[in-house]
Design a protein around this ligand. Structure first.
Ligand code: AMP
Length: 283
């Protein structure tokens, strides 16, 4: 059975579990704290630190892994990114003390010390820009380093920016954007189980952004309704038994457009409007 390395704690596990659940691959361990589990009877999960996952996959301890793109990049492992899972979104940024008065990289003087738990990405970022820095590797909580006098600036992850703000720091430059990724070794894309999992997860992700709309549409307003509802291949219309002047319409609509779409359908005289979530969507 192929083995998949999953994060054991922190920000990612809950979203990972929900995604696999939605794909029909529930994680079932013998107990809450076990180190391995079955994933829908198709994969064996091993639960490890998110930082260790790229290495585990590269070494062959696991066949696939789910972890942050930032951690994959920092590891330097040559992995195949099979799918962007769209959660765990964050950015790796350069930040300075709010009271430093510095607003851009160009203003960095001397050879500033940069605290980061991403020493490789930090070194590459400044080297590529010809800025001399001393990298101070830390294992976490880099944001405290400027206040302890350990470093002048930090390279750290942020999503809303609120942790930076609380710690009296201000972003001056982006390093990279990140989100959770499904990764495998370079040869994994050709494996049937990797392909099946990628298709299953991408169909769930695609479905999350869409809604299924059904309505009875007056035949004389058909053209106007179709204009409002492009659907995947245009809306489907079928005769309603004894439906008189109505046709039954089915369409897939982007979730953010549902509010306006339902109002428009109602205004065009549609009846029996029904909106549901979609579990999986494969075009
Ligand atoms: P953690 O659970 O804090 O060890 O973080 C694991 C991964 O979650 C990180 O490597 C990022 O890919 C992701 N992540 C998403 N949002 C954030 C954030 N605001 N701060 C830190 N990590 C984040």
């Amino acid at each position: 059975m192929p083995r998949i390395a999953l994060p054991n704690k922190g920000r990612l596990p809950e979203d990972v579990r929900n995604l696999l659940d939605d794909a029909g691959l529930p994680i079932r361990g013998k107990s809450e704290r076990c180190l391995t589990a079955s994933v829908g009877g198709e994969f064996e999960a091993i639960f490890v630190r998110a930082q260790d996952i790229p290495e585990f996959v590269a070494d062959g301890a696991a066949d696939l892994g789910i972890t942050g793109a930032d951690l994959v990049a920092e590891s330097g492992c040559a992995l195949n990114e099979l799918l962007d899972l769209e959660f765990g979104r964050c950015r790796l940024v350069v930040a300075v003390r709010d009271d430093s008065g510095i607003t851009s990289l160009a203003e960095l003087a001397g050879r500033p010390r940069v605290a980061s738990s991403f020493p490789r990405l930090t070194r590459d970022f400044f080297a590529n820009r010809g800025i001399a820095v001393e990298v101070v590797p830390v294992s976490g909580a880099a944001e405290i380093a400027p206040h302890l006098g350990i470093a002048d600036i930090v390279v750290d992850l942020t999503s809303t920016g609120s942790t930076l703000k609380v710690n009296g720091l201000r972003e001056i430059a982006p390093v990279m954007s990140s989100s959770a990724r499904l990764v495998g070794r370079c040869d994994s894309a050709g494996q049937p189980w990797a392909q099946e999992l990628t298709i299953a997860l991408s169909s769930v992700l695609r479905a999350r952004g869409q809604r299924y709309v059904m309505a009875n549409v007056p035949k004389d307003r058909l053209a106007e309704v179709c204009e409002r509802l492009p659907g995947l291949n245009g809306p489907t219309m079928s005769e309603v038994f004894g439906g008189g002047r109505f046709l039954a319409m089915h369409a897939v609509v982007a979730a953010p457009a549902i509010y306006k779409t339902v109002a428009a359908l109602k205004a065009l005289g549609c009846e029996g409007i029904l909106v549901t979530r979609i579990e999986r969507l494969m075009p």
